[in-house]
Design a binder for this molecule. Structure first.
Ligand code: GLN
Length: 484
């Protein structure tokens, strides 16, 4: 059951081969067997999952069920789920039971899907290795001594190990694409504004975007169909029709113009990863595409720009965790200041504190112009580079991450080394563009992801480009040995 695609699962549920309750129980059993090893889930919602499955079965029997009805999935623990702990992997929110559903959760529930639980992540989505979680590190199913990537590492490990057929993730600087790359998944970060951020705990509001983490482009397209769309509760969501993303998956790639930014193939890129990406690009040539070298000259500004903008926004967003309204409160506060200081001091982990302090500094009077304003100007240059490139090419390709999965603990003492894990993904968030990572091969048994970046609202094109490659290759069908 757990090696079927979403459309195969849908067909089996609709023709009665198995029920949603049986399918859901199968996944709950797999979670039970493997979660101790992987630590991919923070919360497993067995009871409510089986209830949702039962409702889906009734709809299926009455022929009233939609395409995804009865199919289980997992949500990153950043999405508010009514009545269920929503921790953002922080001690701060360990006791927070969300009083409402995020729009993404609401829409997916309305499609009749079954929530298996909430997946582990870096604390408040800050990290590239899933080692900053209050609930402990997540292991990569391809090698449990290695990181799954972050911050959506729990979702990535869960889908890669077939503990869930598909999952949601969020991407502020790479957190869908980088773990997808390290775990052999298809992950899509849509255009900023394509999916509502309502009920998604904010990290950096101008960069955060939700998306699907899947075993194939087709599966990702099916979930994106449900996730995307305008929401009047998110003022930055865009009022624009949502196409059926599955309809154009098979379009021809004849004449597709692919740009390879020379800045994405320079120093710091592992030579074996580079060779894998080059082979994937060759495959696209055989599928009818033409290749052109391009330049994104301001690429070097992306990481420093991001590490001003994202901390600045998070220092503001996380100020609501004050020990008064949400989450952790210290014992016996002496006075209000003591309450704030100790609640926040105890509730937040080290990386979150580092970001809040950097962000507060960058926003303070006297430094604002030198850091925050400057970063916004750099952000514009980075966006302009992409628009310039899209005058000549349809999409941009390159590696998702500079290396394959690294060992647990390798970068935990060196924040800058960790930040560089997102060197190829961060620019697209700064520009608000859609980006995708798809399985492109293996180096020493570890997955390598190919990144595909499109212009605004080109999700359908990206999925089409990914799908055609997946028709011609079987990298995406490989499963990690211990989790067959
Ligand atoms: N690794 C980046 C960070 O730590 C991106 C995280 C994300 O996309 N949520 O900020």
């Amino acid at each position: 059951m757990h090696n079927k695609s979403l459309s195969e699962l849908s067909a089996s549920l609709h023709n009665g081969e198995f029920s949603s309750v049986e399918l859901t129980q199968h996944y709950l059993d797999r979670i039970n067997a493997h979660n101790e090893t992987l630590n991919a889930f923070i919360t497993v919602t067995d009871d409510s999952a089986l209830k949702q499955a039962h409702v889906a079965d009734q709809l299926l029997q009455q022929n009233k069920a939609g395409k995804l009805a009865g199919i289980p999935l997992a949500h990153k623990d950043i999405f508010c789920t009514q009545g269920v702990r929503t921790s953002c992997a922080s001690k701060m929110l360990d006791n927070f039971i969300a009083p409402y559903n995020a729009t993404v959760v609401e829409k997916i529930n309305a499609a009749g899907m079954v929530t298996l639980g909430k997946t582990n992540m870096d604390e408040f989505a800050m990290g590239s290795s899933n080692e900053t979680s209050f609930y402990g590190e997540v292991k990569n199913p391809w090698d449990t001594n290695r990181v799954p990537g972050g911050s959506s590492g729990g979702s990535a490990a869960a889908v890669a190990a077939r503990l869930a057929p598909i999952a949601t993730g969020t991407d502020t600087g790479g957190s869908i694409r980088q773990p997808a790359s390290l775990c052999n998944l298809t992950g899509l970060k849509p255009t900023y504004g394509r999916i509502s951020r309502y009920g998604m705990i904010a990290f950096a509001s101008s960069l955060d975007q939700a998306g699907p983490m899947a075993n194939s482009a087709e599966d990702a397209a099916m979930l994106l169909n449900e996730m995307a769309g305008f929401d009047d509760r998110d003022s930055t969501s865009v009022e624009r029709d949502v196409p059926d993303y599955t309809e154009t998956l098979n379009d021809s790639l004849d004449g597709l113009k692919i740009g390879l930014p020379k800045e994405y193939f320079g120093e710091g890129l592992d030579p074996d990863v580079a060779a894998t990406i080059e082979a994937a690009v060759k495959m696209y040539e055989s599928l009818g595409a033409t290749i052109k070298e391009i330049s994104l000259p301001n690429t070097g500004l992306a990481v420093p720009t991001y590490y001003v903008v994202a901390p600045a926004e998070c220092s503001s967003n996380l100020s609501r965790m004050d020990g008064v309204r949400f989450g952790h409160r210290c014992d016996d506060p002496k006075d209000l200041l003591d309450l704030y200081q100790r609640s926040r001091g105890e509730g937040f982990g080290e990386e979150v504190k580092r970001r809040i302090m950097t962000g507060t500094y960058a926003l303070s009077a006297g430094y604002y112009d030198a850091y925050y304003l400057k970063a916004q100007q750099c952000r514009r240059l980075i966006s302009d580079d992409f628009q310039q490139a899209f005058n000549d090419v349809d999409v941009i390709m390159g590696p998702t991450a500079p290396t394959t999965a690294f060992n647990l603990g390798d970068k935990t003492d060196d924040p800058v080394a960790m930040y560089l894990a997102d060197i190829y993904t961060i620019s697209t968030n700064l520009a608000g563009l859609p980006g995708m990572s798809i399985p492109a091969g293996f180096v020493d048994g570890l997955p390598v992801g190919l990144q595909i970046i499109g212009n605004y609202f080109d999700e359908a094109r990206l999925l089409n480009i990914a799908h055609r490659y997946q028709q011609a290759t079987d990298w995406h069908q490989q499963t990690p040995a211990g989790f067959k």
